[in-house]
Design a protein around this ligand. Structure first.
Ligand SMILES: [Zn+2]
Length: 74
């Protein structure tokens, strides 16, 4: 399983869509159960917003749209 340390290490690659499919799935699953990492990714996501935006959906705040977009490419 992916750990909180992995999240902080992978968050940049995740935001850039540089992770493999399974890594992204594990990353996202971790965020669903770990509010601390979710906040962290949200903060980073605001800094790496370069992939455009999507309408709000699911349970994520708008700040995470660039991150979500990398998932929806699958
Ligand atoms: Zn965590």
């Amino acid at each position: 399983m992916i750990s909180c340390r992995d999240i902080s290490r992978l968050v940049t690659d995740f935001g850039e869509g540089a992770l493999g499919f399974m890594a992204r799935v594990q990353f996202r699953l971790h965020l669903l159960f770990c509010p601390d990492c979710k906040r962290h990714v949200e903060k980073i996501g605001m800094m790496t917003r370069s992939l455009g935006s999507l309408p709000d959906d699911e349970e994520f705040p708008p700040h995470l749209n660039p991150v979500l977009e990398t998932l929806k490419e699958e």
